[in-house]
Each structure stands twice: as C-alpha cells, then as structure tokens.
Write a protein that binds this ligand. Structure first.
Ligand code: 13P
Length: 360
C-alpha cells in the first residue's frame, strides 16, 4: 500500500515541524484574501506585489530560528522570488528552504454552503483530483499539506450533526489521500469565534468535533504519527460578555484536547482565528505552562504573524516588514516553550483581528 512506503518520511517531516520552540507561518492566503490584506495598506493585488510580499517573508533574516515550516498557496509554490539584496534569482520555495523551513501547501479549494445543513453551515471542497495534485506538489518540494474545514456555533443549533460528520469525513479523506503521496496532513477543523456563546459551550462542541474527526481518521487508516492537528483555541464567542483570562483559556484548551486527541499525534499547532497578535502569543504561552501535555503545542498563525509585518512593509519597506515579522515569530517561538514575557516584543495591533464569518 502506498502509505506504508511513506511512513518513516511522514513521521520525520512531522517531527521536523514539531521542533521545540517553533511553529508554522501560514502564508497560504488565497488570491482573494491577500487582496483584502493589501487593500488595508492601499496596495494593488497584482502578481508582482504578491511576489514581493512572499519574497519578503521568505528572506526575513533568521526566520528559521522560530519557524519550522511555511504553508503556501499554489501560486507561491511555483513562483519565482523577487530579486533581493544580491541574491541570485530562484524560487520563493528555495528561499524558504534556504532558511531551513519545511514547505507546505494549502490543498483545499475553499468552503461551500452545505446542502441539508443549517443556515451558514459549510463543507470543504477539493477532494476531486487531490491525489494527482498532491503528487505534483510533492515533486515540486512540498512535504506537508493543509485542509481547513470551518464550523460555527449558533443559537439555532449549529453545528448540526450533518455538518460535523461531513467536515470530519472530508478531513479524513484528504488526510489519507495526501499521506499516500508523502505529504503530512495538517487537519484543521476551525471553530469560528463568531457568536455570543460562552467558553463551556465551545469546549463541549470542540470535544464532539475532535472526537468525531479522530474516529473517522481511524476509519480511513490515517497514520496519526505522520499527521498534525491545527485547531482553534477553546475560546468564548467574540461577542460573549464574559472574557476569560489567559490561564482559563489555557485550562479549557488543554482539557478539551486531552479528552479528544490521541497522544500519537506529534503536535498541535493552533490557528490564530482573529485573535490579536499579542493575545495569540500570551494564550499560547499560558497553554504551554499547563503541565503534562503529550504533544508539542505550537502555532500555525496567519494573521497573528503577519498583521504588523504588512503594515510596516506598506508595499515598499522590506526591512521594516521583516523586523515586524521576526518580532512576532520570536514571541510565538518563546510562547511555544512557555517562556514568552507579555509585551516583550512589539506589535501594532492593540485590538483583535477578528472578522465576522472569515474566509481564508
Ligand atoms: P489565522 O492564524 O489567521 O487564523 O490563519 C491560520 C490559517 O491557516 C487558517 O486556515
């Protein structure tokens, strides 16, 4: 069976991504989503600007100290780098690899409304042709993949059982398929922060979702030691009036994971989901101060690593953008060891980066 020939490699890739004191840079914004980020700094969403920005990320000096891997969008995986600082031309992928990062690829093709589900529920597309795409991405140099399923919590009963099962099934089919081609699957069942539910509600829903995910991963024969989980932290809805302390977030997050994620999974890499940059670091730090977790607890942040970077770059100032990226990467690397001192690294964002009904 094809998966058997890849087991050692999958395990080694997952271990490299789970390096202590590190996490992932999620730079896999679709062309539409990066356009929204560029609009915020009044920059046109052209291929040249996307190339320049992703080259900035790839060539940030010292990035590899706290970032073990990067998730790319397909365009970037095959894109040449911009000429920077006397570096010979090459691909953006090579630039990331020069820094010691493992390169990954977003392979889902976005979410669509779920027929038969409750209003606002979605399912994740991208299984058709996935095996061929995974083989092509592996040949290009990718070693891991990401698939983001999205669930919401609502007063009218979301997530429905249909929604939970469909999204878990999609994650499992994806994970099995890409493992057969040598890519470590990042399994991402995101629970959005939209809503006014409390943290106990999120914890109960997330336990159910994760248990279902691991049940069907087992059914599909997914090799857990060669897979990674990318969940949201266990947080109350963004409009819930009770705001928990970082210690409470950490306690509920670790409790939820312990109840539902097998210890065979080498690492859990949180998404930031609209948390502000500093909150994302402080919460991760608190999570790593809870003793006795069997997994590496790291990060796979998009917005919480790039928000200040984008605004300092502003379309032209590469060095300022890179310094801002490095600051947040260092903060999160420290947080992944439970050693981050709140406020010790600069950030532009005082507030949350939460956007209702966010699509990636
Ligand atoms: P955020 O950290 O911005 O939530 O993005 C991570 C990600 O990759 C979502 O799929």
């Amino acid at each position: 069976m094809a998966l058997d020939t890849h087991r050692d490699e999958l395990e080694a890739t997952a271990a490299a991504l789970a390096r202590p004191g590190s996490g992932l840079l999620a730079a896999d914004e679709s062309t539409g989503t990066i356009g929204k980020r560029f609009a915020a700094i009044t920059l046109e969403n052209s291929e040249e600007h996307r190339r320049a920005y992703r080259t900035l990320l790839a060539t940030a000096p010292g990035l590899g100290a706290s970032i073990s891997g990067v998730i790319l969008y397909e365009e970037t995986l095959f894109q040449q780098a911009a000429a920077v600082g006397g570096l010979a031309a090459g691909s953006i992928l090579e630039r990331f690899r020069d820094q010691g990062l493992v390169v990954g690829i977003k392979v889902d093709q976005g979410v669509e409304p779920l027929p038969g589900g409750l209003p606002g529920e979605s399912w994740c597309t991208g299984l058709k042709g996935l095996q061929e795409r995974a083989a092509r991405y592996y040949a290009r140099g990718a070693r891991f993949a990401k698939w983001r399923a999205v669930l919401r919590i609502s007063a009218d009963g979301s997530p429905s059982e249909l929604c939970v099962r469909e999204n878990a099934w999609g994650l499992a089919r994806y994970a099995r398929t890409v493992q057969e081609e040598g890519l470590v699957p990042i399994v991402e069942p995101e629970i959005l922060m939209d809503g006014d539910h409390d943290i106990l509600t999120t914890a109960a829903v997330q336990e159910w979702v994760l248990r279902t995910v691991y049940e069907v991963l087992g059914l599909n024969g997914v090799f857990l030691e060669g897979s990674l989980l990318k969940p949201s932290m266990t947080l109350p809805g963004a409009s819930c009036p009770q705001r928990p302390s970082p210690e409470q977030v950490a306690e509920f997050t670790v409790r939820t994971l312990r109840r539902s994620v097998p210890a065979a999974v080498p690492a859990i890499l949180f998404l930031s989901g609209g948390l502000g940059e500093e909150d994302a670091s402080v919460y991760l730090n608190a999570i790593n101060q809870v003793p006795g977790s069997p997994w590496h607890l790291g990060f796979s942040y998009g917005r919480a690593l790039q928000h200040s970077c984008l605004s300092h770059w502003g379309g032209s100032d590469t060095a300022a953008g890179q310094a801002a990226l490095l600051a947040r990467a260092t903060a999160n690397g420290d947080a992944a060891r439970g050693l981050y001192v709140a406020g010790s690294q600069p950030s532009d964002d005082a507030a949350s980066l939460f956007v209702a009904n966010y699509s990636y």
